[in-house]
Ligand binder design. Sequence first.
Ligand SMILES: [Zn+2]
Length: 234
Amino acid sequence: MFNLDRLHLLASHILGTPIYIIRTGDGVEPKHTVPHAVAWTAAALDVTHKPLLESMGKWEGRRPAVVLHDAVFAEQVAEAEACGMDAEKFATEYADAVMVHELAHIACRGGVDLSEPTDKLCQFADAIATYSVRCHIADEAADDHREAVKSHDADFVRACVHAVHRARQIGFRFPGYYCFGEGATCDFDYDLAESALSTEPESLSYMSIFDINKTTRPTYNFRRYKEAIQCQQQ
Ligand SMILES: [Zn+2]
């Protein structure tokens, strides 16, 4: 279902560093599985899944990590197919876009933590992943999307538009708005965000994507994002 070589290529180009891509079908424990999310990442997600990566012979030290949820992804592809879309084309483009979304979250961390995973960090990473899955389930049950909205703020949107631009540099051609998903967790309009940032993704393309949000975000762009939100809410 996923072309992992393709997704690894995308990640290496955008981040300039290799990542772990883990599929729920690899054996991600239910306590570490976000039920309805198509993918997720977190600062110590590699450490959370170190035992799994080791069992697959894939652990090579600290790296950013992304988990892809096989079942949710398959549901989305089936839904697209039911709407008359070409399932294979959609699956390829959607997987690219989902990966770019997660890479933008990683870029927003401003760097990669390469510190050796001590036993304490392993326990902590396991506990925090379990806790955040529980919080996610509770928020979803309460129809409370504040935490999810917070992680998809204007800095994230900016990093995402930059990540899409970098994907385009190496020939990826998925629709940009696939990266923002649907629902209450990401209210920004992709096309508006892209036009608000104008030539910035090209002019800052020499820079590591981890450093983009260390530069000042032009204020007029932020206003445009706000307008985009208001437009959608009307
Ligand atoms: Zn997200």
